[in-house]
Design a protein around this ligand. Structure first.
Ligand SMILES: [Zn+2]
Length: 99
């Protein structure tokens, strides 16, 4: 069953939230997101909202014109690299199309 664009956007945000939470907890300690990671999450959410490819469900990594700034792109890359393998604990999330 195909997801609606709204569900797709909510899904992408849930995924971002999850991987940034894992990354922050392991690297920065604490239960809540630190300031730096909150900023990164807000940035990612803002990009998801503004993404012109939500309707076609193009994933960020397949996107021909990445919209992240160089700095934010590097930071997200670190988060995905760190948290990606740990998402194995969340197999349901892995089955879907994400970042
Ligand atoms: Zn953090």
């Amino acid at each position: 069953m195909a997801r609606t664009t709204e569900e797709y956007i909510a899904d992408r945000k849930r995924f971002m939230d999850k991987i940034i939470s894992i990354y922050c907890r392991k690297n920065h300690g604490g239960d809540a997101l630190c300031e730096e990671c909150s900023e990164l999450r807000d940035y990612a959410f803002m990009k998801i909202d503004k993404c012109g490819h939500n309707a076609s469900k193009t994933r960020c990594k397949d996107c021909p014109g990445t919209c992240y700034s160089k700095e934010m792109h590097d930071r997200i890359d670190d988060v995905v690299e760190f948290s990606g393998p740990r998402m194995i604990l969340h197999p349901i999330l892995l089955l879907k199309d994400r970042y």
